[in-house]
Design a protein around this ligand. Sequence first.
Ligand SMILES: Nc1nc2c(ncn2[C@@H]2O[C@H](COP(=O)(O)OP(=O)(O)OP(=O)(O)O)[C@@H](O)[C@H]2O)c(=O)[nH]1
Ligand SMILES: [Mg+2]
Length: 463
Amino acid sequence: MGFDETIAAIGTPPGEGGIGIVRISGAEAYSIGKRIFVPRRKGPADDYPRSHHLYYGHIFSEKGGIIDEVLLSFMKAPHTYTREDSVEINCHSGIFTLRQILKRVLSEGARLARPGEFTERAFLRGRIDLSQAESVLRIIRARSEEGARIAADNLKGRLSQNIRKMRSAMLSLLARVEAQLDFPDDLDDEAAVEEEIKKELLRFRGELERLAEGAERGQTMQEGLLSAIVGKPNAGKSSLLNALLREQRAIVHEAPGTTRDLLEGYLTISGYPLRLIDTAGIHATEDPVEQAGIKKAAGAATRARLMILVLDGSTAWSEDDDAAAALIGPGQLVVIVINKIDLRQRLSREIVSEKFGDCPVVETAAIKDEGIGCLEETIGRLLDRSLGTAGAESPIMTSMRQARIVEETRDSLERALGVLSGQPLELVALELREAWRKLGEITGETASGELLDQIFSEFCIGK
Ligand SMILES: Nc1nc2c(ncn2[C@@H]2O[C@H](COP(=O)(O)OP(=O)(O)OP(=O)(O)O)[C@@H](O)[C@H]2O)c(=O)[nH]1
Ligand SMILES: [Mg+2]
């Protein structure tokens, strides 16, 4: 694990900015900081460096030249992000300066940190658990206010506390089941005991179900809802993307087949963050480039949770519309947009309601910004209905990983309930133990090294 090595990295994103930060963590952090930095004022010599104080001064190169004017803080373990001695250098943010300072730090014996290694150390040293470490990533990536709030709540331990409480209750139930196995004669009426176990198992199942209910909303608020604009060529898909984003992002042209590649933009509709993808027009073609674009469009349509199917109101229903409509998957959220309503209408509304009776239909003139507000309201209502509304009291899960664990734990409890009457209690104990173990993967109490590597590798270097 290289736990005793001192690590360093640039903590701010590359590019020009007001300030940039180089961070160092580990046993050598202080001595490296002292070797490369000269403060303007040290204060009393026996009091330098003071923990959690900011010093103004300069970083020097090995040859003695000034690299940058900086503010530097020394932070003594354990009250630091990693629980190790840490140093943070606030310098001018130019990529050259940042690299020079990092190089200087590395030349003094630190090693370049791996992605997520600062947070991994915070986890391994017990400052935060795994669900909290994941929340750090979620805060960085949050795409909406609600998403950031959920992640911040979880970083404070909202989800972890809930999971710990449930696991501890599972463990006491397990102890009761095992006592019954070891001393069956000591205990009361068998049926009464069975009833009590059942009540507890049902309670756990209910709690997990409540958690699972909020999962999709949590993930959506975090990552944005993947949404695809799909339809035949020239229907006005790119015009619709531009109207929704309120900028000329995509090229719009009267020639069909204008959009070839996937193009995406982020926007917020009724508080929901959407990752909106414009796609190539769906139609039969021999052109290999168009074919490649259509294949990508079909892929995006399949992955999307929300499909915005665009029809051209000024043309009659065609085979291409059928091909686009065929991409709607089971369970997918769908909004039908009839575009170009400013032109003479040739699209039969009977066919539309026959084909999409259950889906909301919105009429727009994308190039004139007509109907866009109505489309947004429709999407907002659709999402309220399918994701529930905000303000639920239960903690909200924000990763697929967490949702999967909850599901698997629920399956174990289901099996425990199934074997409760008529089968040996050993089987109940087995399933209950499995549920308890599984649930521990959320907080990392029972997570494998491989799983940890996978989680932390998603982070950027410097976090
Ligand atoms: N009159 C009218 N024209 C529109 C409207 N929306 C788009 N158009 C025009 O229709 C043509 C095609 O628009 P695009 O947005 O490029 O259509 P697309 O569906 O992205 O087309 P491909 O990328 O080729 O599949 C352009 O000439 C637009 O100006 C509309 O609401 N009314
Ligand atoms: Mg287009």
